[in-house]
Write a protein that binds this ligand. Structure first.
Ligand SMILES: [Zn+2]
Length: 213
């Protein structure tokens, strides 16, 4: 069953329970319409209920939409956008707004973008790195407390997916930081010298990155 208004369709999901005496109508965060009713409630009764409550349902949908728009901003490569939910598939970029579907999986999309962008930056910084190191493997994932991790034994660099939200200059610094760990596994003076040799402006960038951790 589908409820349509303003050229948009909203799914009506029906849950029948023996223990439910009345009919309940709700619009949840996913913008689907949920009807909870008794096992013996007929489809016709439900259709009538929806017809009779059209205005109320539209109000509930609009309230849900507004709440969603308010709560979320969208950050991508250092730029902040307002996130606007539409009932159509995919993602569309405007000047200051990004339009996505209600059930759009942001993290999945971020990861898809990061797989290309991080790899490209990683290769760029690796090529520019003035010390000779074997090419490490690269992993990208969401982390809570660190921007990057270097596993010297596995010769692997892990970058925090959250870096996709920031200006790529921070990504470049984190890459240089982790590549430098392949030479100096600690945070010794030599380590910071190595970072500086490859990223002269690192102090400023490091400070800014720490500030919003
Ligand atoms: Zn470190």
């Amino acid at each position: 069953m589908v409820f349509s208004f303003n050229n948009e369709d909203y799914k009506v999901l029906i849950e029948r329970k023996i223990s439910t005496k009345n009919i309940y109508l709700r619009v949840k965060e996913d913008l689907n319409i949920y009807v909870t009713c008794n096992t013996f409630t007929s489809d016709k009764e439900i259709i009538n209920l929806i017809k009779n409550n059209e205005k109320r349902i539209i109000k509930m949908i609009e309230r849900r939409k507004k709440a969603k728009e308010k709560e979320e901003s969208f950050y991508y490569l250092g730029k902040k956008y307002d996130l606007v939910y539409l009932n159509r598939p995919g993602i569309v970029f405007g000047e200051e707004k990004v339009f996505v579907n209600f059930d759009f999986n942001l993290d999945k999309w971020y990861l898809k973008m990061a797989n290309d962008i991080f790899k490209e930056e990683f290769d760029k910084m690796y090529k520019a790195f003035i010390y000779d190191i074997p090419y490490p493997s690269l992993t990208i994932r969401k982390m809570k407390t660190r921007w990057g991790v270097c596993n010297t034994r596995a010769h692997r660099v892990t970058l925090n997916l959250e870096l996709i939200k920031k200006d790529p200059i921070y990504l470049d610094y984190v890459i240089v930081h982790e590549l430098s760990h392949l030479i100096h596994p600690n945070h010794s003076k030599d380590f910071w010298q190595c970072v500086e040799d490859n990223f002269p402006d690192y102090k400023k960038i490091r400070k800014e990155l720490k500030k919003d951790e």
